[in-house]
Design a protein around this ligand. Sequence first.
Ligand code: PGA
Length: 279
Amino acid sequence: MTAKTRRPLVAGNWKMNGLGPSGVALARDVAAGVGELAGQAGRGAAGAGPAADVVVCPPFTLLGEVGRAVAGTAVELGAQNIHWEDKGAFTGEISGSMLADLGCRYVIIGHSERRQYFGETDETVRKRLAAAGGHSLQPIVCVGETWEEREAGRTEERVGSQLRGALAAACPGVAFGAAPGSSNLHRDLCVAYEPVWAIGSGRAASGLDAQEVAAFIRRVLADTLGPEAAARARILYGGSVKPENMAEFSAQPDIDGALVGGASLDAAAFCGIVRQVAR
Ligand code: PGA
């Protein structure tokens, strides 16, 4: 399977941004922009999507309203985190059933900000991944090295251990790599390679550096999940993505889209990124 047979994905991570009316307006503008792109590409009627999956991941507080705003459009809903238990005495946490109940189809897991500020470990990433699989939520698992690790030549060691930790065998309920043609496609794994030093810094990785790590990620996936699942997994690049640099990433054979932070808060910029990916 070549890169171009994987359907690209652009996911907008709003992080802790967005209040009621302006958040809903942003979601509406994104849906309108994505709808226009689909129209320009001659892909038919309103509601039909562009040649990419497009997801917005607002904060938990806006999931309901944003979900209603994008319902019936080509834009899907994602969350920024998921707790591994389904319900119970876990004050402040949000479960997979709650996300599914709100219409979420995707969930970001193990973002570096969660690892850095909120004690996220490979073990908790693994538990969240299992929970996502149990609720038909497509996980976007984030991995990436710090600048010090890159400088020390330890990028692969870091990314490899994060990935192997997340996918360790003791992960009941995770059934990635379903047979081609199976209806379990929503469970296909998505990995976002996000170098920590590139996030929010304005200093994106080069397309070639990102490709090198994406190819490594695919090799680790082949080792852990098998070649079929590895060939089907979508690998995104994240870190200071903007419309001007997206083409460089989507031209790479192992990069299937982007996880976008800052630029996802601007509908025109976000749709500009989708345009580059969905060409
Ligand atoms: P950025 O963030 O696009 O603002 O660099 C990416 C991310 O954190 O997912």
